[in-house]
Design a binder for this molecule. Structure first.
Ligand code: UTP
Length: 287
């Protein structure tokens, strides 16, 4: 088995659920407390040993490239102003990872975005992470997936329990439980009505795939909304080889929507070691 080093961050979507905020700036650059969503995602990937990053971007996404680039002028100014800690942080972010940027010229769906990375992945296993789905857990979510991948050599998908009234927002899985509590996925249904949902377990934007997924993606025909759906390729993959699910139990926020973004900022803000106390005091006056 080839070593798992590569991870794809699809970040070329329209972000239409968060307009007008996302009209001219990428939703992946929305800030949760003090750093953008995409930085949380990249830090999580690095903590799981995936340090070859392939970012799928499109028009209007330059800010992501600039965020992970060195700004010599900014760094020099921070040093000159004696702002040592800020300099160290800015310099750390610019050097934290090697990133390849691939342009998805048309937003033809998540499956298509992943397929745009095919030349850089070739015959290796690879991760996929959706940075607008923010997951905060004691053990980084991608690391939890990696452990199951290392143990099985099979594709692994992050899952979370969702309430009945939210089933129609997610890809919901059907599964059987194997020995050692491994969840083997047998089917996936995209955004089902509650009565059609096979379980309460939803796919939550963290994946590790064997190279076979890329081959299958090439044959996926446009589905719902003319988009090439990643879920279609996963469903076929699960019929050809085992695909496992990992039940994550951390905090999850759909930060690509105003509701999830506000929740993430409120909750992570309250938990923050520097800003938490002041925020709590301020909010008390409004509750
Ligand atoms: P979403 O459906 O959540 O993103 O796709 P979106 O299309 O940007 O959002 P809305 O629905 O219009 O508000 C999941 C992930 O896949 C990426 C998105 O950037 C997001 O990270 N994506 C989606 C692409 O990279 N390309 C696409 O064509 C579609």
């Amino acid at each position: 088995m080839r070593t798992l080093k590569k991870i794809i961050f699809p970040a070329a979507g329209m972000g239409s659920r968060f307009l007008p905020a996302t009209k001219a700036s990428p939703k992946e650059m929305l800030t949760i407390v003090d750093k953008p969503l995409i930085q949380y995602g990249v830090e999580e990937a690095l903590a799981a040993g995936m340090d070859e990053i392939i970012m799928i971007t499109g028009r209007g996404k330059r800010a992501i490239e600039d965020h992970f680039d060195i700004s010599a002028e900014l760094e020099a100014n921070l040093v000159k102003a004696g702002k040592r800690e800020l300099y160290q942080e800015v310099s750390r972010v610019a050097r934290m990872a090697e990133v390849i940027y691939v342009r998805q010229k048309e937003a033809l769906g998540l499956g298509h975005a992943v397929l745009c990375a095919q030349h850089w992945v070739t015959d290796e296993p690879f991760g996929v992470s959706l940075a607008d789905e923010l997951i905060i857990d004691k053990k980084p979510a991608m690391l939890q997936l990696r452990e199951v991948f290392q143990a099985t050599g099979c594709s692994v998908i992050g899952l979370m329990q969702v309430p009945e009234n939210q089933l129609s927002r997610y890809g919901i899985v059907d599964y059987i439980t194997e020995e050692k509590g491994l969840l083997r996925l047998t089917n996936m249904v995209e955004k089902p009505a509650p009565e059609d949902a096979p379980s309460h377990l939803a796919m939550v934007g963290r994946y590790i795939f064997t190279p076979a997924l890329m081959t299958l993606l090439k044959d996926v025909k446009p589905g719902r909304g003319g988009e090439i759906q990643l879920t279609d390729a996963i469903t076929t993959l699960a019929k050809q080889e085992p695909v496992y699910g990992v039940l994550l139990d951390g905090q999850r926020f759909d930060a690509g929507t105003p509701e999830g973004f506000l929740q993430a900022n409120a909750i992570l803000g309250l938990q923050h070691k520097v800003y938490g106390d002041t925020l709590r005091q301020t909010l008390k006056a409004y509750l």
